[in-house]
Design a protein around this ligand. Structure first.
Ligand SMILES: [Zn+2]
Length: 334
């Protein structure tokens, strides 16, 4: 079905208002300190000259900017989390465990998402093209049987959806981890194909994820533009029972849609969803088999030149990750 002339973004998650970005806070602080410090020092010197007596010879020290305000503040995501590992350990670790610190997750996470688990599912796999027999086999999605996985689409110039989904997922992970979340991937280009859609759902379930987002981009004819978020329908059959997740998944999806529109400037899809950016489906195994709040996001249409120009831009993908992250933060009340 096609809908032309889509209405403007719904801004369905207008209540979500993330903190000002770090660079805005830093510039304000730096300007304030830079302006005040010389003034305070000059004022003290003038006082000493005029009165001829100090309170004890200890001049006030203008507060120097800590190094982190002028360098290194641009480190994002996992870098921030690793920087907070200075908590003393109650027992001296042996040398073997100490040497694992570079790959071990940071000690107690801090931030609005501390204690929360988010599963990110990078749609498809760049190796699926070479493993068609494996991904074509049917798996049980409760209500039906369906292919294990699909290859995904590409832009006309050959940028693969699976490359796109992995990149946006990694950017999202860095942002979520910087807010204290534990992030689990369904895959991280660490396997030749898949996983199958039933395994993707199972990973979210077994992680007891507080939210699950499956990242995709669409592949429909040119002229169809914009993003949409796919919400689970109420289904019951076999291992599928979405009755408990339909409500919270809609909340999650609405918040992601609103934040994604705001962050990227993209409009909701003009070819489905009646301009809301939201679509309910009952045929996706990854949703039907989920027991945790879960949505898919189709970030744009890879087959449309204007959408593809955005999807192939690293800067735009960062905005996409920020929109997804802000939606999750809003959903989790961070
Ligand atoms: Zn896809």
């Amino acid at each position: 079905m096609r809908y032309d002339d889509s209405p403007p973004p719904p801004e369905s998650a207008a209540s979500v208002s993330p903190d000002p970005p770090w660079y805005a806070r830093r510039s304000t602080l730096a300007v304030a300190v830079a302006a005040l410090a010389p003034t305070a020092l000059a004022g003290w010197v003038l006082t000493q000259v005029l009165t001829g007596s100090g309170p004890g010879g200890q001049p006030p020290q203008p507060k120097a900017l800590p190094a982190s305000h002028t360098t290194g503040a641009g480190a994002r995501g996992a870098g921030d989390a690793k920087a907070s590992t200075a908590t003393p350990s109650p027992a001296a670790p042996d040398s073997a465990s100490a040497s694992a610190s570079t790959s071990a997750p940071a000690a107690p996470a801090k931030g609005p998402l501390a204690g929360r688990t988010v599963v990110i599912d990078p749609g498809h796999n760049t190796g699926n093209f070479k493993h068609t027999s494996e991904i074509d086999r049917q798996v049980d999605i409760g209500t039906n049987r369906k292919e294990c996985d699909t290859t995904g689409t590409t832009t006309n110039s050959g940028y693969m959806e699976a490359e796109f989904t992995l990149d946006v997922s990694r950017r999202t992970r860095a942002l979520l981890e910087s807010k204290g979340a534990k992030v689990v991937f369904t895959h991280d280009a660490d396997r030749p194909w898949g996983p199958c859609i039933d395994e993707r759902a199972r990973i979210g379930n077994e992680a007891k994820a507080d939210a699950v987002v499956s990242v995709h981009a669409d592949g429909v004819s040119a002229g169809n533009r914009g993003f949409h978020v796919i919400l689970p329908a109420t289904v019951k059959g076999g291992a599928a029972d979405t009755s408990k997740i339909v409500g919270p998944s809609r909340d999650l999806g609405e918040r992601i849609a609103g934040n994604f529109a705001r962050s990227t400037g993209s409009a909701p899809a003009n070819y489905l969803g009646s301009g809301t950016g939201l679509v309910v489906r009952d045929d996706l195994g990854g949703l039907n088999l989920s027991t945790r709040p879960k949505v898919f996001i189709e970030c744009g249409n890879m087959r449309d030149a204007k959408d593809a120009a955005q999807l192939t831009s690293p800067e735009w993908r960062q905005k996409a990750a920020e929109g997804i992250t802000n939606g999750i933060v809003g959903f989790l009340g961070g």
